[in-house]
Each structure stands twice: as C-alpha cells, then as structure tokens.
Design a protein around this ligand. Structure first.
Ligand code: CMC
Length: 430
C-alpha cells in the first residue's frame, strides 16, 4: 500500500495505491468524490479497475493469458473444457473425483424440462439464435429458482447452467432448420454431445471425429474467460444487484451478441466471404479499413487490452492448420484470412495502433471446419464463455462487501427551465 498525491484547485489530497499480484498498479479513488467533490471521467472504462479478481490474468503488451495462473498454451495438449470450467469457477484444478462428480452432474442435467422444449416452438424459425439462447437462459430461472438462495448448491447450479446451455444451443439450431430435437446422449462427453444434438437425426447418428471433438474443446477453452470484457462486466453489473446466476448470465449473452464483441466472429466470416466472392480484394479491404470516412473495420483485428498478438488467435491459427491437414481439406477463406493478416501486420496503420488478430479472426474458420453454421458462431462463443461468467459472478457473490454497480455521470443536458403547455410550444426551427 502506498499513496498518490492529487492536486486539485491548489489543494492536495492523498489517495491510497495498491499493487496486484502481477504488478498491476492502482489508485483507490473510492473516496475521491467524498474528499474532493470531483468524480473521474473514463468513457469505455479503459482505465478503471471495477473489481479485484483472482481468476484470469492478461498482459496485453506481452500477449499473455493465464487462467488461475496457468498459461493458456498449457491447455492445448489434452484439451478438456470441463476441467478448465471447474478450474475457473472453483479456483484450482479438480481432483479426478471432483471432475468425475462434476461431469456426472452435467450428464444428469443435460435434458431440458419438457415444458422448456415446447418453448422453442414459440420462436420464429428465423429468430437470431443469440436471442433464443438469452431468452431460454432466463427461462431456466423459472425451473431452477429453488437452488438460487442456497450457496451449498452452487456446484449443482453451475452444472445445470453449463449443461443445459448446450442443449438450448442445439435446440435453437434445430428449430432454425426445422429438424427434430435430439435428446442428449449420456454416453457422450460435453463437446461430442453438443455435436450429436446439433447434427444427429432420429434415424442417423452423427459420428464424432475425435480430432473435431478436441478442436471444439480447444475453442471453448480459449473462450472460457477473459477478465473484465464487455459481457463479463454485464454479468457482474446485473449480479451486483444480487440478481440470480441465470438472470446475470442471460445479460452476458445479450452483451456478447454485439459485433464489437462476440458477434465479431460472424462479421469476420462475412468479410472473408465478401472477399472470396470477388466483391473486394484483400488489399482493397485493408484500404477501406484504414479509411476514416468508411465505417469498415478489419474485423477480428484489434483489442482493448492486447497490444500484441492475442495468444488465443495464435493457438486457433495453429489449430486451423492441424484440423485442415487432418481433414485433408483446404478452405479458401483461410487463405484470405492469412493474406489479410500478412498485409495488416506490415502496414503502418495497424503497426502504429498495435492492431493484431484477436480470438475472432480464426475461430470462425475453425467452426466452419467443425461444421458449425455461421449463425451459430456467437452462440458457440457464449457456450465457451459461460464458465468465465459463472466464475466472475461467484467471485463477486462471495465478496463480503460487494457493492451494487452504480456509476455516476457528468450531466450535460439542459439546466432547469419550466414546462411549456402545448399551445405555447413552437416547432424547432429546421
Ligand atoms: N480496423 C481498423 N481500425 C481499427 C480497428 C480495426 N479492426 N480496431 C481499432 N482500429 C483503430 C480505430 O479506428 C482507432 O483509430 P484512431 O486512433 O485513428 O481513431 C484506433 O485503432 C483505436 O481503436 P478504438 O476503437 O479506440 O479501440 P478500442 O479499444 O475502443 O476497441 C475493439 C477495441 C476490439 C472494439 C476494436 O479494435 C474493433 O472494433 N475491432 C474490430 C471488432 C472485433 O474484432 N472485435 C472483437 C474483439 S476481441 C473478442 C471479443 O471481445 O469478443
């Protein structure tokens, strides 16, 4: 603990400082307004630490990502998404027994209540799957509310959500293509079961290729947490009012949907398709992305925190190479992505702004190789991010003095003036 001196209007104030376990330095301004009458202004909260957290560490300049201290690269060898989920939520690697117990809970909880299955019929066939997933996670609150106020049941609650979101995602997909819902198969592991529910038919069992299963496990692991990103912040904001886990995570899905966040994986694919169909060349696209008068951005590039290559993008690129070699296939979109990356990484616009590929740049190509349709990409991101949301919600929930999130604003509207009756109002001049 140290102090920082702030001088405002000739008066000096001492503010406490502290340092995180990896050297992140912070000034505690929680008493700033009380002491000085000033508040801080930080649009987008890029300089604001909203919480202390022991879950995920990112060094954006060095391109480092660690879950509970473990470098992300170490999960590539034998990817097991459920083990990583448990690690994130409960703070350490599970023992064999703990993992077996958690997996058993997932298996038990995979089916949805039959009443929930009928809910899918109420959505239009062409409903955006993220809308369906968010609505159905909220709906889960109706069926499992008796667990909400019992902390001893938290593992069961987390398992229900992680397991059921997979069934919800598969049914949202089946609804969108008008095919029969397939019940979960208790003999299959997490990722294989998802693929089974998405792609099997009552008369035709989808056979899961172990390499594809591993690839999906890896993609989910790479999405599992990313500290205080937009959707996680949404989960924490909603959870800070002591809203339940399911309601908070439904808000996370909505936040993830946007094209600047999880929705970027769909935008990347649309960008690559557009180039592939001959509408634009990679060179022309790069020029458009640099042109401030055009709204175009190089999707899948840039990050609020990473000012270096996103380590997840590096791993996904390597996974793409592995999977395509195994499948003995080529994807022209992968060639276009490589070309865009090559052009951007030697272009001064991207170099000066430290814009590198992020997680969304290669994930879509891998999803395509796995057989996931584009409209389901962001749903896949949500399934992957769910353990992170749950871990962050729990960390906040367990904090003794957690406060409701309620920021301030700097009001810039009209100062006080009187109500004017209709007959005295004038139309604003054009
Ligand atoms: N293409 C072209 N220019 C860009 C890009 C891009 N992808 N990203 C940032 N810039 C420029 C931006 O125009 C600005 O330029 P200037 O300083 O001249 O005004 C500068 O770089 C800084 O950008 P910013 O928008 O102020 O940075 P931010 O930290 O607010 O935004 C971002 C981060 C991820 C929203 C942004 O980089 C972006 O829009 N990227 C494309 C969308 C994307 O890939 N999103 C996925 C993010 S990673 C996974 C996730 O969170 O889901």
């Amino acid at each position: 603990m140290g102090t920082a001196t702030l001088i405002i209007d000739g008066k000096s104030y001492e503010l406490p400082t502290f340092v995180g376990s990896e050297g992140e330095r912070a000034i505690d301004i929680s008493k700033l307004r009380e002491k000085t009458g000033y508040i801080t202004y930080d649009p987008g909260l890029g300089n604001t630490g909203m919480c202390k957290s022991a879950i995920t560490y990112i060094d954006g300049d060095a391109g480092i990502l660690r879950y509970r201290g473990i470098p992300i690269e170490q999960f590539a060898e034998h990817p097991n998404f459920i083990e990583v989920a448990w690690l994130l939520i409960f703070g350490r690697l599970p023992t064999k027994d703990e993992l077996a117990r958690f997996s058993e809970r997932l298996t038990q909880n995979a089916p949805l209540h039959e009443a929930m299955r009928h809910h899918f019929e109420g959505f239009p066939v062409n409903a955006p799957p993220m809308a369906v997933v968010s609505a159905m996670i909220s709906t889960l609150s109706c069926f499992h509310y008796h667990l909400f106020n019992d902390d001893s049941q938290f593992e069961e609650l987390a398992a229900r959500l992680i397991s059921k979101v997979r069934t919800i995602a598969a049914y949202a997909y089946k609804r969108s293509i008008g095919r029969p819902y397939i019940y979960p198969d208790p003999r299959l592991r997490y990722c294989a079961n998802l693929l089974h529910m998405m792609f099997s038919m009552p008369y035709d069992q989808y056979i899961v290729d172990p390499d594809i299963e591993d690839a999906l496990n890896l993609v989910f692991i790479l999405h599992a947490d990313h500290e205080q990103n937009c959707s996680t912040t949404a989960v924490r904001v909603v959870g800070s009012s002591r809203a339940n886990l399911f309601a908070s995570c439904a808000a996370g899905v909505c936040a993830l949907w946007g094209p600047l966040h999880g929705g970027a994986n769909v935008e990347v694919m649309e960008m690559l398709e557009k180039i592939h169909q001959g509408g634009l060349t990679p060179e022309k696209y790069i020029e458009l992305a640099k042109d401030k008068s055009s709204p175009v951005r190089l999707m899948g590039f840039g990050h609020r925190v990473y000012k270096n290559y996103d380590p997840r993008a590096k791993m996904l690129k390597a996974a793409c190479d592995r999977v395509f070699a195994k499948l003995k296939r080529r994807d022209p979109l992968l060639d276009i992505a490589r070309k865009l990356e090559e052009l951007a990484l030697k272009d001064s616009y991207f170099i000066e702004r430290k814009l590198y590929p992020n997680v969304d740049f290669y994930s879509g190509i891998l999803f395509r190789a796995i057989g996931i349709p584009t409209e389901m990409f962001t749903v896949m991101f949500a399934i992957g991010r769910l353990p992170g949301w749950i871990a962050q919600w729990k960390e906040q929930h367990d904090e003794a003095n957690a406060k409701i999130v309620r920021p301030r604003q700097i009001y810039t509207g009209e100062t006080q003036h009187d109500y004017v009756p209709f007959e005295q109002r004038r139309a604003p001049s054009a």
